[in-house]
Write a protein that binds this ligand. Structure first.
Ligand code: 13P
Ligand code: SF4
Length: 352
């Protein structure tokens, strides 16, 4: 447990790795093909009737990504999800992902109804950064510019100067560093270390992590690379630095997907959540995708697919239920929403 002393000598725990018992098991929905057809037909009808649009992340189940495509919705990274949800004219946004993604959509579009299949779909980075402790951490360093990763609650975003996602974090921090600003970063220690290394910025970091990406292991990855010397290695920057150091491409989900198109290789070792394999395979059919070794064994002594347990809470059944019966609307208190809006909008303006 790492502590930082505040001015009154009271320690603040910033090592918020969440305990194992708080991580739900990843349980992707099991449905027969008849059930899948049934839910597809029903959901498509309801989405149309309700003038809604599906905005999904790349980590959701392939069937949900397919459903987004077939209803003229979107499958995107977390930055694009925020932008698309705001710009789309639909009055109801169906966010398939985790709660911070739904909250970001609501913060940007308070007039819209934002719904999610399961409001308990969280993220270890969000859970590991409680707003009250984070606020005390910020108070200890009033001279620093507060930059928070999008994978946080609305209340944490409300305390920040900038919100960033993995696709834009390097550019924004480089910009702040060029202006001579010192950074307070939260919550992902691995992404923070990567940004620090790439930009040379002066940064104090919260010590959170993603329970999925943290499990990728450098030593096993090296061995896999030896067996597959022709494979390009793609790594999401929530992974430990030793894994990032082995990558041919480090980037957000959309940047890794783009790398598959750009490299034109026949084989990739992929260190990120396995939901994105569907999109990569769709982009280049003749490609071999090998999951990077993670410590989550699947019992067959081959690398297990990294699955985010909270992303796996999105399913066809619970999506259909909320469209039919209502409920699961994202709410953000107005005072928090207003404060969180500015740093998110700042990121979107920077992107332009
Ligand atoms: P992206 O911003 O790259 O889509 O990542 C979101 C996320 O939660 C990765 O674990
Ligand atoms: Fe959070 Fe990790 Fe899941 Fe992404 S993969 S939503 S960072 S727990």
């Amino acid at each position: 447990m790492s502590n930082i002393d505040n001015s009154e000598g009271k320690p603040i725990d910033i090592s918020h790795n969440i305990p194992d018992f708080l991580v739900p098991p990843a349980k992707p929905e099991q449905l027969t093909s008849d059930e899948v057809d049934f839910y597809f037909n029903k959901i498509k009808k309801l989405v149309k009737e309700q003038n809604a649009v599906i905005v999904s992340h790349f980590y959701t189940h392939p069937l949900l990504q397919q459903l987004a495509d077939e209803t003229d919705g979107y499958v995107a990274d977390s930055l694009e999800m925020a932008r698309l949800g705001k710009e789309h004219p639909a009055q109801t946004l169906i966010v398939l992902g985790v709660k911070f993604m739904g909250e970001t959509a609501k913060i940007l579009s308070p007039e819209k109804k934002v719904i999610m299949p399961d409001l308990a779909a969280s993220c270890s980075l969000d859970l590991g950064c409680p707003p009250d402790l984070f606020s005390q951490f910020c108070d200890q360093h009033p001279e620093r510019t507060v930059v928070v990763y999008a994978n946080t609650s609305a209340a944490v975003k409300a305390k920040s100067d900038w919100v960033v996602t993995s696709s834009i974090a390097l550019d924004i921090v480089q910009h702040l560093h060029n202006k001579g600003e010192k950074i307070l970063w939260a919550p992902d220690k691995h992404l923070g270390s990567y940004i620090e290394k790439m930009t040379g910025v002066d940064m104090i970091k919260w010590q959170g992590s993603c329970v999925v990406h943290e499990e990728f292991k450098a030593q096993q990855l090296k061995e896999l690379m030896k067996k597959n010397p022709d494979a390009k290695v793609l790594v999401h920057p929530e992974s430990p630095l030793a894994v990032i150091d082995l990558a041919n491409k480090v980037g957000s989900t959309s940047q890794l997907l783009q790398a598959v198109k750009d490299f034109g290789a026949k084989k990739y070792i992929v260190a990120t959540e396995s939901g994105i394999f569907y999109r990569m395979q769709q982009a280049i059919e003749e490609v071999e995708l090998i999951p990077a070794p993670s410590t989550i064994e699947d019992g067959f002594k081959r690398p297990a697919h990294a699955l985010c347990p909270w992303m796996a809470m999105n399913g066809l059944k619970n999506l259909c239920e909320i469209l039919e019966n209502g409920g699961n609307e994202i709410e953000v208190p107005e005072n928090i929403r207003q404060k969180a809006f500015t740093p998110i909008q700042r990121m979107l303006d920077f992107k332009k």
